[in-house]
Write a protein that binds this ligand. Sequence first.
Ligand code: OAD
Length: 261
Amino acid sequence: MTSEPLEAAIEDAARLVAGASHLVAFVGAGLSAESGVPTFRGPEGLWTKMGEPDMRGYDRFLADPKKWWEERSQRAGDMKEFVDALDEAVPNDGHYALRELEEAGFLKHIITQNIDNLHQVAGSQAITEIHGNRTKLRCIECSRRWDIYHFDIEGSPPSCPDCGGIIKGDTVMFGEPIPHDALEECAAQSQMCDCMLLIGTSAVVYPAASFPEQVKSAGGTLIEVNPNETPLSAHSDVILRGAAGEVLPKVTQQAKGIVQE
Ligand code: OAD
């Protein structure tokens, strides 16, 4: 796909959105950048500053879950900056545009890699969080989840009242398998999807990045919303080189206009 002027690309994207039968948004950290949450890669990225964590995070948790629970409120260095930013973040115009696309009947589902809970705060309904949600806890055996603020924590580590499994934060750790319920929902949504909006993701983390690839191989269309090139740019049918908070509201308004024509 060769790049075209942004306004023309927005028009093309709006037509695809309005004409899709099962539109899915595949979201990454770039969507929350305008809410003040740092991305992971790129010049100001968290991993660029700290180095990408190794894959033994989940094994370390399993070896000593009690330690994880004891240390979980401690914040240091760049991680403290990240957690503070998450605590203060509120949805931006990009999140609200996704809610509007859903309310208008265009958007059927959001697959998000973000853990920040901002889709929910913005009012979106159909959401699968492939990397979990920082405001939830999860049993590692049966995947039951609890609101972190409404959970009577007993035991160290606490165990699941249903199955006795160990409870951890819902956020997926490095080296941890993606919870099977989330993975199954992502696969089902991608199978139904005939048009996918790729918003603010570098699309390098698997298995998440495999879903847009599946949609493309099954004949679906991809719309990329990202100021920078990604491995998915070459496979995208329309490329919107702009910030999600600026571009998504325009796509939404134009798609609504097309339906009213
Ligand atoms: P990355 O940090 O890898 O990529 C963020 C993308 O957002 C980049 O391609 C930027 O160009 C783009 N971007 C920046 N500002 C933007 C804006 N205003 N509007 C639109 N796009 C913008 O983040 P992810 O792809 O989400 O996993 O990373 C995937 C996973 O890697 C994360 O879920 C996390 C991380 O390790 C876990 O923690 C398990």
